[in-house]
Design a protein around this ligand. Structure first.
Ligand code: FAQ
Length: 335
């Protein structure tokens, strides 16, 4: 039985900007916004200016940013879990140290991102509640199991690689607190990528058993890696407004193409294949052709019905349950 969601009056609720709002109720359409303020806001964005937390912004910009940054923060926390289960079983002391440090970094990224989202008026407690209740999403890829040590190599190389493609682009975006967090995160992700690449190449150039294990992990993860960037345009309901406001700096498909161009050659270079007979570079269009991932499965997974959704949230509930006394003790409210 799950405990009640934490109390939103909890003293750890952020009020550092004094603007805790009922975000959903306060969202108005663009037509209802003050047209002069809206025009000024959009021309600032167009000129490459950054928006700070206390600047005027349309309520929809605020809502969209909270949704996206919060989802990103949850992804870092939940993303630590598949790899985290391998810390105790890492092959050797150095691999164990590197993995433990990487997993800690991911949790630190969540901390940075929750802080960035808090600047927009949603408290950490509300975000935690929304993760626990299943209301908020997190990256679909972390709802699949890390079955072998090779999965850790694939996550470190390909998922971190995908994350860098997305985050490097978006760190040039319009909302300053998010961009500052992303810049810092990208430095650390680049190191994770080196760790993942080293692990990947080591297995790819190892014994037949190691190569087979890696190939199996790549076969299982490849379709999910492609979905990491989100659905194609026709299914992407948020992209248009987010690109107009330079929160997302490119479309989901362009980010996916960029990733494929950078990483497919690196995978082939070490003799690993990809489980897609249609994957090829089209010289004429300058784009990669590939088998469309199963978007029905993707939407099922992000609706809470993936292979590991329940298991992942159960860990968060456990942490909530067992960490409550620490929050109470720090707040002085121990009874
Ligand atoms: N997973 O309209 P769009 C990491 C949802 S960081 C789950 O295109 P949007 C580090 C979307 O929310 C992990 N849901 O959505 C690490 C929307 O539903 P909603 C993640 C997804 O927001 C590495 C619906 O589909 N990175 O991995 C996904 O414009 C290794 C329609 O889609 C970020 O969060 C998905 N993949 O574009 C950690 C970066 N894609 O909310 C540990 C910031 C879409 O309207 C180990 N986020 N949906 O009900 C973004 O750039 C964007 O949010 C996208 C999605 C590109 C992910």
């Amino acid at each position: 039985m799950h405990p009640e969601p934490v109390d939103v009056e909890n003293p750890f609720q952020s009020d550092m900007y004094g603007n805790i709002l009922n975000i959903d109720k306060n969202v108005i359409s663009l037509e209802e916004e003050d047209p002069i303020k809206l025009r000024e806001f959009e021309s600032r964005i167009l000129s490459g200016d950054k928006i700070e937390a206390k600047d005027w912004m349309p309520s929809l910009y605020r809502k969209q940013l909270i949704r996206m940054i919060e989802q990103h923060a949850h992804s870092e926390i939940i993303g630590a879990l598949p790899e985290g289960t391998w810390i105790t079983r890492a092959p050797g002391f150095r691999r164990k140290l590197a993995l433990a440090a990487k997993v800690q970094d991911e949790v630190g990224h969540a901390q940075l991102l929750y802080s960035a989202a808090e600047t927009l008026g949603k408290s950490r407690v509300e975000m935690t509640n929304d993760l626990l209740s299943g209301k908020s999403k997190y990256s679909n890829v972390f709802n699949y199991p890390a079955k072998t040590w090779a999965d850790v190599a694939v996550i470190g190389f390909l998922i971190d690689g995908a994350a860098i493609v997305n985050q490097l682009a978006n760190s040039k975006g319009s909302y300053a607190p998010y961009c500052r967090a992303l810049e810092r995160i990208c430095y650390e992700e680049s190191f994770h990528l080196k760790q993942g690449h080293d692990n990947f190449v080591y297995l790819a150039t190892g014994t037949q058993q190691q190569r087979d294990m890696l190939q199996d992990a790549v076969n299982r993860w490849w379709p999910h890696v492609l979905t990491f960037f989100g659905p194609p345009e026709k299914l992407s309901k948020n992209s248009e407004i987010l690109m107009r406001w330079k929160v997302k700096m490119d479309s989901n498909e362009n980010m996916r193409q960029r990733f494929i161009s950078q990483y497919v050659p690196k995978i082939f270079e070490v003799g690993i294949t990809l489980p897609d007979p249609n994957l090829k570079y089209n010289q004429e269009s300058g784009l990669w052709e590939y088998t469309e991932p199963n978007w029905d499965e993707f939407f099922e997974v992000i609706s809470g019905n993936g292979p590991c959704n329940k298991e992942r949230l159960a860990v968060r509930w456990w942490a909530e349950d067992h960490g409550g006394w620490v929050r109470k003790a720090i707040s002085g409210n121990i009874f």
